[in-house]
Design a binder for this molecule. Structure first.
Ligand SMILES: [Zn+2]
Length: 602
């Protein structure tokens, strides 16, 4: 590539960036000893197994094996290339890369197309907003919004706009500014007519709500009809820049408030999110007409661990809240659920009851996840009927069994006992039975029932001696250049038994040819293979002594060199048995001799 970033610039970025600071933007880190710990952004977990070493400038997750330096962190988390990660980091520390940015996304055309899509959205967003607030054409739309409780402040904050009642205004507007029609169609802004290949505007005579990505760039629109046209909300299609399953509406504006309050409120749609914001709930975010995805959860986890779900309080909304709650709960979030009377949605509730009641009696009075489940499982049951009542009690006891803390289990069992005038002891007895029955069902796994993901991976099988020895040798070689050469001498042309380990030391010796001092983070940049990088990060995090004696090194090398001999012995033993079976006495004696020689050499 013509505009590759110079090696020397990469080094400067690495020396100036602090990995703890960068990762802190995505993960809440707590210092423990020399390292920092937090919840891994690459897999769902509720106990921190993700660690960052400021000394080595690397990260590693004991749960899923993710690991690397600050470049690989950004590459893996944001799905970007090395060059893009370098550009982001360079901007943070004000290093001028002196390269042509447009050639960075690989093929130049792709990046130009991408940029054109973003530029067109940005331009249109400003224009739509201008039409709404400043022009006669937009006046009826503005009045419509104000009548529905929108304020001017909120219209400005969310950059709400209006699209003209025209078939080709946007098409002409963009063409005049040299935007390619083909690209604008791909961006979802205009639509191509099958019959003659001409284009028309997707959004006509609608109130336009821009949708932003996490960095605040406009990437799509949702257009609300002013009359009775269907659909009520018309959204941009999925495009190269807009992926619904990754986008949380208002994330970029809500993030500071979410971080400050350590809490987010999740809505089902952006209209609720805007209404809540007007009521003073500024930490609201919303999904864009999809259920909550793993990608949403990854994004959320970067700033918060505690979420209030505030969906419609009708049947569908409650079902959706139950699903979202389970998803979040499995990912280790603390959850509350806000409920509104009469099956209302947040927007309608606020219109009817005002902002204060919404803040205090809905958000402020949200139910704990367990209390919500008490209500959830009660629906459709008549608790006056014994059959329904018993079924309900059993389901609730099962749910209580899933709680981690004994105090919580006790609290809810008491509540259940009080409500149905049951004996607390009998309930406790039953809860224990259910708990152990569930445990037996999932035999072999010690983890709590609702967290099957993480711990299974942490129970690592005991590794054979040569494996551990090779890892320890690599750990010392990573720490000390002289040790690396010493190990190379001791191996005397032999190789490590694990291919990946051999690959790592080959890289490492190459690295030491060019670098006088060990540098964990620089070495990780040097390795091109992601899998090897993760292994190196894992080995770097092993705790080993600073110094290593020659005796220790020799012992480890012995383990490494013995392994192929042990394999050979096993092979020979099979041959020996076969020779004996066939009565070939001379051959058997010869093989027996070879085995003895091998044993002696161990
Ligand atoms: Zn992980």
């Amino acid at each position: 590539m013509a505009d590759r970033i110079a090696e020397e610039k990469i080094d400067r970025i690495r020396q100036n960036v602090d990995i703890v600071e960068i990762i802190s933007d995505y993960v809440q880190l707590k210092k423990q000893g020399r390292n920092y710990f937090g919840l891994c952004p690459f897999h769902g977990e509720s106990t921190p197994s993700f660690s960052v070493s400021p000394d080595k400038q690397i990260f590693h997750c004991f749960g899923c094996g993710a690991g690397g330096n600050v470049f690989s962190f950004l590459m893996e988390l944001e799905g970007i290339s090395f060059q893009e990660a370098a550009i982001k980091l360079a901007a943070k520390v004000n290093i001028d890369l002196e390269i042509n940015l447009s050639s960075v996304h690989g093929e130049k055309k792709v990046s130009e197309e991408f940029q054109a899509m973003l530029d067109a959205h940005e331009l249109l967003q400003k224009f739509y907003h201008h039409l709404l607030v400043n022009t006669k054409e937009g006046q009826h739309a503005l009045e419509y919004l104000l009548e529905r409780g929108f304020t001017r402040e909120s219209i400005d904050k969310f950059q709400i706009g209006y699209s003209l009642n025209s078939w080709d205004f946007v098409y002409k507007f963009l063409s005049k500014r040299d935007f390619s029609s083909e690209w604008m169609e791909k961006a979802g802004l205009i639509i191509r007519r099958e019959r003659d290949g001409t284009y028309f505007d997707r959004f006509r005579d609608r109130i336009m709500f821009p949708i932003h990505d996490r960095n605040g760039k406009t990437i799509a629109f949702s257009g609300r009809t002013l009359g009775h046209d269907e659909p009520k909300y018309l959204n941009s299609p999925e495009t190269a820049i807009f992926n619904k399953s990754k986008i949380l509406y208002n994330y970029h504006l809500a993030k500071p408030s979410i971080k400050k309050l350590q809490h987010a409120v999740l809505f089902e749609g952006f209209a609720d999110c805007i209404a809540a914001d007007r009521s003073g709930v500024e930490n609201g975010i919303a999904t864009m007409g999809t259920s909550l995805t793993d990608e949403h959860i990854t994004l959320l986890r970067q700033s918060v661990q505690s979420v209030t779900i505030c969906y419609d309080s009708d049947k569908a909304g409650i079902e959706a809240a139950f699903r979202a709650g389970n998803h979040l709960n499995n990912a280790g979030f603390q959850i509350k659920v806000a409920m509104m009377a009469d099956g209302l949605d947040p927007d309608d509730y606020i219109k009817k009851n005002g902002p204060e009641k919404f803040r205090n009696e809905v958000i402020g009075a949200s139910l704990t996840w367990m209390a919500f489940k008490f209500l959830y499982f009660r629906r459709g049951k008549n608790l006056q009927i014994e059959g329904d009542r018993l079924a309900y009690i059993e389901v609730i006891i099962k749910e209580i069994s899933k709680l981690d803390k004994a105090v919580e289990r006790d609290h809810y069992l008491r509540q259940l006992a009080a409500e149905f005038s049951l004996s607390l002891d009998a309930l406790k007895q039953q809860q224990k039975q259910i708990f152990f029955a569930e445990k037996r069902r999932t035999t072999g796994k010690n983890e709590p029932l609702h967290k099957p993901l993480v711990i299974a991976k942490q129970v690592k099988a005991l590794k054979p001696k040569h494996y551990t020895a090779e890892r320890r040798l690599i750990a010392h070689m990573l720490k000390n250049r002289d040790v690396a050469y010493k190990v190379q001498d001791l191996l005397a042309g032999q190789t490590f038994n694990i291919d990946e380990h051999q690959a790592i030391i080959t890289y490492l010796l190459g690295f030491y040819e060019e670098h006088q001092e060990p540098d964990s983070s620089a070495f990780l940049t040097y390795i091109e293979d992601g899998n090897l990088r993760r292994m190196v990060a894992d080995i770097e995090m092993m705790s080993i002594n600073d110094e290593v004696s020659d005796q220790e090194l020799t012992d480890y090398i012995k383990q490494v060199l013995n392994y192929p001999k042990l394999l050979k012995i096993k092979e020979k033993e099979v041959e020996l048995k076969e020779a004996e079976r066939q009565g070939e006495i001379t051959r058997a004696a010869k093989i027996g001799n070879e085995i003895n020689q091998l044993r002696k050499s161990l």
